[in-house]
Design a protein around this ligand. Structure first.
Ligand code: COA
Length: 145
């Protein structure tokens, strides 16, 4: 029996989702949560899913695709509710959203030293595929010092 009711984010959810990301340790000085939420919401092939349990926001995930593969960012569960299956449920909802968009593979990134999160993704069906992740700041002004 699912514990989460998952919907796409609404304007009324934005502050609570930004607060959830902060409480889950996901915000970084170079990633303003309000900018990231607005940018994802404006994209035609992305959204932010919000999971509610017992009337309160308990989980969220940013999900989208680039025309080839799907990905997720900001996957999180309220620290008070972690370890009770909600992470598995929000990931299942992200996967369903991508399937609905016709996407058949999801790639995601985790820092190599974040073994807890690697163990979580392994538990919900993800395999480690050895790749080198490369990146370039297209706007050098946004690159952290
Ligand atoms: C990662 C996170 C989303 C997991 O959510 P959760 O609700 O605690 O996870 P669940 O209870 O659904 O667990 C699902 C499975 O993952 C496993 N798992 C979850 N956290 C784990 C951990 N820290 N270590 C090992 N396994 C873990 C569970 O044992 C479970 O496996 P099982 O069903 O085979 O027993 C949550 O801990 C979180 O929000 N962390 C902070 C934010 C974060 O780091 N997000 C990831 C960004 S890349």
């Amino acid at each position: 029996m699912p514990k989460l009711t998952v919907t796409e984010i609404t304007n009324a959810d934005v502050e609570a989702v930004a607060d959830l990301w902060a409480r889950c340790g996901l915000t970084r000085p170079w990633n303003d949560p309000h900018t990231d939420i607005a940018f994802a919401r404006a994209a035609p092939s992305a959204t932010i899913l919000v999971g509610r349990a017992d009337g309160a926001i308990a989980a969220s995930a940013m999900v989208g695709h680039d025309g080839h593969r799907g990905t997720v960012y900001y996957v999180c569960v309220d620290p008070r509710r972690q370890g009770s299956g909600l992470g598995r449920e929000i990931m299942a909802a992200a996967e369903d959203w991508l399937r609905g968009q016709g996407v058949w593979k999801l790639n995601l990134m985790v820092r190599t030293d974040n073994t807890k999160v690697i163990d979580f993704y392994t538990s919900v069906g993800y395999d480690v595929e050895e790749r080198v992740n490369m990146a370039k700041w297209l706007d050098p002004a946004k690159k952290p010092a």
